[in-house]
Design a protein around this ligand. Sequence first.
Ligand code: XMP
Length: 487
Amino acid sequence: GGSLGAVDRPPHDIPIALTYDDVSIVPRRSSVRSRRDVSTRTRFTRAVTIEIPLVSANMDTVTTAPMAIAMAKLGGIGVIHRFLRVDEQVEEVTRVKRHTNYVIEQPYTILPDTTIAAAEAEARRRGVTGLVVTDGSRRVLGMLTARDVRAAAPEAAVKEAMTPFDALITARPGVGLDQARALLTGNRIEKLPLVDDDGRLAGLITLKDLDAVRELPLASRDERGRLRVGGAIGVRGGFMARAEALLRADCDVLVLDIAHGHSDQAIAAVREIKDAFPTSQVVAGNVATAAGFRDLVDAGADAVKVGIGPGFACSTRVVAGVGIPQLSALLDCAPAARATGVPMIADGGIRRPGDVAKAIGAGASTVMVGSLFAGRDESPGDVVKRHGQTYKVYRGMASRSAAAARLAIEGRDDALDQYVPEGEEMEFPLRGPVADVVGELVGGLRSGMSYVDASTIEQMWERCRFVRQTESGRRESHPGSPREDPG
Ligand code: XMP
């Protein structure tokens, strides 16, 4: 299968390629009673299964820890972008891995002589509301809670304001979850430090995390109950060191992401990573043809990202003149995905919920989303205020400003002069939590699946058929688009 990239085709024999708006899904007799009976369980990579097929893009205006946490809680996954120093990216991964771990193994701590102001800044930087107070050898002295901070002067020392050890409810490292919950609720506290026989800090259990475990049956978790997260890496410079650092932080998936994934360099990089870290899960991309898909699978990829130029902030097709309309790229790669058993990720171009159903129907296992997840509460980036409206920036990772940030990190600022951007920068009005749009996308997918009698993603691959539509068909599809007034 796969003919779009075939080199033996005569040059004048130009195939047509289509995208989401050019097609519509054919309904068929369905035995699915309700959208609730549809399972969206899918594989992100060979070994990582998730409950909803949505991935937040590894872009610096889309995914850092808050977005990755929100995505994993909802049943999808986020990929931390790589336009950060290695230690910063590791810190983002660590924030996700700690988030709903009901036992936080290495809680953030503070020394007793620190000022309240500094402790407050530390808590804010770490994204937590309380810090365990320990001495230099990790012996527990007390706990500094948000309430302690509020009651204290900023210049006071932590040891004067903290809840001291003898007033603290603690437990042994091996405490069971039910017992932990009883201690927390019985004493009306939020955090339970775990202290070993020598009085040293051995962990922390928070009520919030215990509740989260209960309330989030779909959440994407590793075998230890921690949220799953991906981390992006490149193919140049210190990419192996970055990969190793991410894996050491228990990053679940490495996403090797370069603009032209069907390149010798990308193929070699996938090989090198899989050789060095055989048990790691590696996503590779981006490609837009079956040949590209297969070459990355042969190199060892555990999932392949498909999409050259469909992204909302992308200008590859206008700048380089290269790319394949996304639905055809997916259809071209689908047979390779089926034959190899390696999941296909449809990356870019999702504008409406129906596009997710079309991407999955075309053979994708998951969909990577950028622009629809930008401007959300959880998206990183500065908030811009203008005329009483609040905006966040969304930018292509190959845009001029993103490239400037990356080159600065790599210490190659001088390379910016020769840089030809293949991405744009734009602003989106703030539009609330990402859960809202995730709900719309998943709802659309479930509905689409029920129309084709698919109660699983695999059935969707088998049963989904498309029709091509004309421009008038496309117009008919969109509610309220200009039509002739019936008078
Ligand atoms: P959406 O449509 O969801 O697409 O915003 C997100 C995807 O766009 C890709 N991307 C780029 N492509 N130039 C490109 O040609 C860029 O500057 C750029 N930045 C992001 C990427 O695959 C992302 O997941």
